[in-house]
Design a protein around this ligand. Structure first.
Ligand SMILES: [Ca+2]
Ligand SMILES: [Ca+2]
Length: 483
């Protein structure tokens, strides 16, 4: 049975499901009595795949010349790859809280990892994406890291792997840590672990998600599958390290004087005297790049297994696939490591959407979009009730035509009233004290040359400034909650 033709439009797709032609849609289910029928005609399933801390170092985004990600690349080829997608916040918790509720950090006050997002007045009663699907009769189950570690959200799910309280399986830890020799390094560490893939937490999450795809579902489902790598520590099986001999890896191209034209708040975000200094002192740069690349190839293998199982499942033709990462990562650029900044390395993330009957294969979209746009997009793709309070905008026009008009830049916020706006050509940063950066990606894709003080660009700055949030609410108080 062929997959639904990419040329079929959404209306045709819904008509087919509504007409009960599931036997056509579901390969291997010729007998109508055996088919996993949808009780809600017109509501496709959703496979929602999250990857933690994955920057644009994947083959199809071209962020690193050495990386091997055959599975992410083949998935991207099936639909629309957003090449200019950015997070709403460059840290796990605020990025994910914003993505899952459709509300900006500047509206919720959820800016940092320790902020208890359900305590925000704006989010206390917010229906998350899976809650909205459940309200429409869907089954919503999840496994692995969808929300940030300390703040799982049991109301979002009917069931969770490993459990509603513990969202992430444990990973094997190598003896004699740290492996990189940096004292007091905590999880800022990397090196191989001598275990089979099956012992890794992410492999177990993939196994769990594969089992969900092999089940018969009587209702349409929303299946959340969250992979933890390439989050630190970069401990993955030896074979992935062997793919990237450290003496041959390509190091990021950096400018030692890059921070000279960066305002003090930006310099403080970079903190060059911390991670970067330690990495250089301990001669760990090549090994760190190796560890990140190895972790990416490991998670790519998990994605590949999941996609293979998906293709063999009865749901291959009536399921929307959305794959995203929560933010980017610096590996020395701007003398900075990790996320927690407003530059391209930290804000740029991965987003791909495969929507049967809507997206065409091998499409790339360079419009600036954000993770905030995912919620309204899924609402439209799956025919749910609109939620006017959402602050993103549906990507459906871009899924149909990646060159469609798109008027807004991508907004990223790091801490109260520090914002970055990314258009197709420029990045404009404005910190809480009014200091600025402006970069022209047409000739400065590494963002080395801050143009903010050049009057030639006043008009550009003014155009971008109008997209800054009008309100910037205070941080959610970090009161300890009793368990
Ligand atoms: Ca993260
Ligand atoms: Ca610079």
């Amino acid at each position: 049975m062929n997959r639904i033709s990419g040329a079929m439009n959404r209306r045709d797709f819904l008509k087919l499901t509504a007409a009960g032609t599931a036997a056509f849609l579901l390969p291997g289910c010729a007998d109508a009595s055996q088919r996993p029928a949808s009780k809600l005609p017109g509501h496709p399933n959703v496979l929602f795949i999250a990857i933690d801390d994955l920057n644009d170092w994947i083959g199809c985004l071209g962020g690193h010349p050495d990386v091997k990600t055959p599975n992410l690349d083949r998935l991207a080829q099936r639909g629309v790859l957003f090449t200019n997608a950015h997070c709403s916040a460059p840290a796990c918790n605020p990025s994910r809280a914003s993505l899952m509720t459709g509300i900006l950090p500047s509206t919720s006050g959820v800016y940092h990892n320790p902020d208890p997002w359900r305590k925000s007045p704006a989010l206390r009663n917010a229906a998350t994406i899976p809650q909205h699907f459940m309200a429409h009769g869907y089954t919503a189950v999840g496994g692995g890291k969808i929300y940030h570690g300390g703040f799982p959200d049991p109301p979002s799910w009917q069931d969770y792997f490993p459990s509603q309280k513990k969202n992430k399986p444990d990973d094997p830890m190598p003896p004699n840590r740290p492996l990189n020799g940096i004292p007091k390094t905590a999880h800022f560490d990397w090196g191989p672990v001598n275990v089979p893939d099956g012992e890794m937490g992410d492999s177990q999450v993939a196994d769990w998600a594969i089992k969900q795809l092999q089940k018969r579902h009587d209702k349409p489902f929303f299946l959340g599958c969250g992979f933890f790598r390439p989050h630190l520590p970069w401990y993955v099986p030896t074979k992935y390290f062997d793919m990237y001999p450290p003496d041959k890896v390509t190091l990021p191209n950096i400018n030692e004087n890059d921070l000279d034209d960066v305002p003090p708040i930006g310099k403080k975000m970079a903190r060059p005297d911390r991670d970067h200094k330690k990495v250089i002192e301990h001669k760990q740069w090549r090994k760190a790049v190796q560890g990140y690349l190895a972790s990416i190839s490991f998670v790519d293998t998990c994605v590949g297994r999941l996609i293979d199982a998906f293709d063999k499942s009865p749901y291959a033709d009536n399921t929307m696939i959305i794959l995203w990462s929560d933010h980017g990562w610096h590996l020395g650029e701007k003398l900075h490591w990790r996320k927690f900044s407003l530059w391209e390395e930290a804000t740029h993330n991965v987003l791909m959407v495969i929507a049967p009957g809507i997206t065409k294969p091998s499409r790339r979209c360079s419009r600036p979009v954000t993770m905030l746009d995912i919620y309204p997009t899924l609402i439209e793709l799956c025919g749910l009730t609109a939620k006017p309070e959402l602050e993103g905008r549906s990507l459906l026009p871009l899924l149909k035509n990646p060159k469609a008009k798109w008027d807004r830049p991508a907004l990223t916020t790091h801490g109260r009233n520090n914002h970055s706006l990314r258009s197709e050509r420029f990045r404009y940063i404005r910190y809480s004290d009014g200091t600025e950066e402006l970069y022209d990606h047409r000739n400065d894709e590494l963002e080395w040359n801050n143009l903010a003080d050049n009057p030639k660009y006043n008009r550009i700055k003014k155009q971008l400034t109008k997209w800054l949030p009008k309100t910037n609410v205070p941080d959610v108080p970090r009161t300890k909650t009793k368990k």
